[in-house]
Design a protein. Sequence first.
Length: 147
Amino acid sequence: MHKPAFLFLNGWGARRRALLLLVWFSLAGYSFLIFFLSSSSHPVPFFEVIQEYHSDWILHGVEYALFGFLCARALNVFFRYRWIPALVFFVFCAGVLYGAFDEWHQSFVPGRDPSLYDGLADAAGVLAGAWFWLRRNRKRVEARCRR
């Protein structure tokens, strides 16, 4: 029976532990960047230009696609999923929860407001990021699923 990775971290080699730290710190750092950018009352000038054309949902999609990619990578390294739908489900749940938290957080920032459309763009972006990660690592994931 396959044990979850967190139960035997001591059995991992130094390279695998370093990879684990890298993927989780990159996800945590990117999550902090999202939080920091949404805390600003005055968006970055590049983002203002895009918002003039009402394509804010594109920024949310791209932003959360990268979040979904990093989350899929981190969850896969940590838990070593053998069933792909479980990985996608947990990545989607994590991304939607973080996106909802981000939208709720924006309701307290002067000049920002939460939007259901932004939340939907976040969810679509998370799925796109998880899909891109799976396409990129499909052979490795499928080989592990066959074991």
